[in-house]
Design a protein around this ligand. Structure first.
Ligand SMILES: [Cu+2]
Length: 81
């Protein structure tokens, strides 16, 4: 019984951690787009698309996928410097 409670507590905690992760990543992307946007218009469009996709996934409660998509956008931003 106790083990089950620990399991649910852990699952709940990690879910809320994911839920916080997406807005943090979105803020990071927005910040980078403002301060240091990619010079390549193609990369910029790709980043914006991934950013929008991440937000949609986050709003749908799919935080795992959202973090993955937002991570790709961040990677593109870092690679374009
Ligand atoms: Cu999320």
């Amino acid at each position: 019984m106790r083990r089950l409670a620990v399991f649910f507590a852990t699952a709940l905690l990690s879910t809320s951690l994911w839920a916080m992760h997406c807005p943090a990543d979105m803020a990071k992307i927005d910040d980078l787009l403002k301060t240091d946007p990619p010079s390549d218009a193609k990369v910029l469009a790709q980043v914006q698309q991934l950013r929008a996709e991440g937000e949609t996934l986050h709003k749908a409660g799919n935080h795992g996928e959202s973090v993955k998509v937002l991570g790709e956008a961040l990677q593109l931003l870092e690679a374009s410097e």
